[in-house]
Design a protein around this ligand. Structure first.
Ligand SMILES: [Fe+2]
Length: 166
């Protein structure tokens, strides 16, 4: 995946969003191989959440509304709880429902980021942060994680802010 494929960090994240939306559509329509599609969704979301939380979000702390960033972290944690459950492979009677609800959560989160006017990306564009430099760092991290997913598999996603009772 050449770096030049995306003009900046936002283009990279939007491409991730479109990819995962397509995978959810594919899952809904599939009659077989559903678990394989769900695993792909989980890997995509783990990698996407990691590059946003490690690189993208921290770059805008103090530069865009705190509420928008804080809600994004909490939404990610909600997504990760389902991702970790689905990725653990237990094919139970709630499996399809979990993937469907995960899709709804992700679509909501994507909307919060991409919404015109006051969405996260709209706010980000108004800052002086170098979105091309950010893209390069995010691509490098993404490639590293994709490699890890391919070789040994990714560990469960770590929750950033939500505390679960033991
Ligand atoms: Fe996100």
């Amino acid at each position: 995946m050449p770096k030049t494929q995306f003009t900046d960090a936002i283009a990279l994240l939007k491409a991730d969003h479109r990819k995962v939306e397509d995978l959810f559509d594919k899952f809904e329509k599939a009659r077989s191989n559903k678990q394989k599609i769900a695993e792909e969704i989980c890997n995509e979301l783990k990698i996407h959440a990691a590059i946003e939380e490690e690189i993208f979000y921290p770059s805008f702390r103090g530069k865009i509304e705190d509420d928008v960033l804080n809600e994004a972290y909490v939404e990610h944690d909600g997504v990760k709880v389902l991702v970790n459950d689905i990725a653990s492979g237990g094919d139970d009677e709630f499996y399809d429902a979990k993937v469907t609800v995960l899709g709804e959560k992700v679509r909501h989160h994507v909307h919060e980021e991409e919404r015109r006017g006051d969405g996260m990306f709209a706010q980000v564009r108004k800052t002086e942060v170098d979105l091309v430099e950010l893209r390069d760092r995010m691509m490098a991290r993404k490639q590293e994680l994709m490699q890890q997913a391919k070789s040994g598999g990714l560990p469960p996603a770590q929750l950033a802010v939500v505390q679960l009772a033991a």
